[in-house]
Design a protein around this ligand. Structure first.
Ligand SMILES: [Zn+2]
Length: 249
């Protein structure tokens, strides 16, 4: 009596494994489940919320094989009116963006999900590379000595970038798509696309990469705006719309 019982259990387990295997295959091929509903499965997006609770001023190479070094991760800006540190705003928007993208059927890889991490810009790029993501979005806010400076810009690697020149064209197109939709959604001024070849987190990337400067924390009114939940929802939605536009969804 014992043997048939064991065999039956084995059969049941095997059937369960096969069924769950089939289910997983079907899911990953066509749909992604989100909030109990099925949505069309899209690309994978790596998101890095720039900076962290404590800066790390140890040095690292600005790109593969480079002798030029920069601090691993700087402190970032802080709100002129609200005092909000950039790392906190960046993570808030990153998390909102994550939610929107998942709801739209994207896969999302978050480089960080808390503020108290110790991740250099190079490590962040390597994480994004390893995640299997199709594109890498770096979320930042700007700062200037001029308190009237305002608006959003996108930083991408140029065609003459020593490390990632092959990523220049798609990164530029990605930047353009996001900036357009972001400014449309938020009403923020567009400061345009800016070529930057000195950014460690960009130079170590192996996938199209862009860094959004969402607005100026050094501008009192823009700082206040960016802390409002309603505006934050628009900021994240604008970035998501830009990603949709880039992939043609
Ligand atoms: Zn920053």
């Amino acid at each position: 009596m014992k043997r048939p019982g064991k065999i039956l259990i084995c059969y049941l387990l095997a059937a369960a494994c096969i069924l769950s295997g089939v289910q997983t295959t079907t899911d990953s091929a066509a749909v992604a489940a989100y909030g109990g509903r099925a949505v069309l499965k899209k690309k994978k997006i790596a998101i890095d919320a720039g900076h962290q609770l404590h800066a790390n001023h140890k040095m690292e190479a600005v790109g593969p094989g480079s002798s030029v070094k920069k601090p691993k991760v700087t402190g970032g800006a802080s709100g002129a009116a609200t005092g909000t540190p950039e790392y906190r705003l960046n993570l808030k928007i990153a998390k909102r963006l994550q939610k929107i993208l998942l709801a739209r059927g994207y896969e999302v890889y978050m480089v960080r999900s808390t503020n108290n991490v110790n991740l250099s810009n190079k490590q962040r790029a390597l994480r994004a590379n390893r995640s299997g993501a199709d594109i890498y979005i770096r979320i930042h806010a700007d700062s200037s000595v001029s308190s009237s400076a305002r608006g959003a810009s996108m930083l991408y690697p140029s065609k003459s970038n020593r490390y990632v020149k092959r990523l220049s064209a798609p990164s530029k197109r990605l930047s353009k798509c996001i900036l357009k939709q972001y400014c449309k959604k938020t009403g923020f001024q567009s400061r345009g696309l800016i070529k930057r070849d000195d950014l460690t987190g960009t130079n170590w990337s192996k996938i199209p990469v862009t860094l959004i400067e969402m607005g100026f924390l050094s501008n009192r009114s823009e700082d206040r705006k960016m802390q409002k939940k309603k505006v934050q929802a628009k900021m994240a939605k604008g970035i998501a719309d830009g990603i949709d536009a880039y992939f043609g969804y």
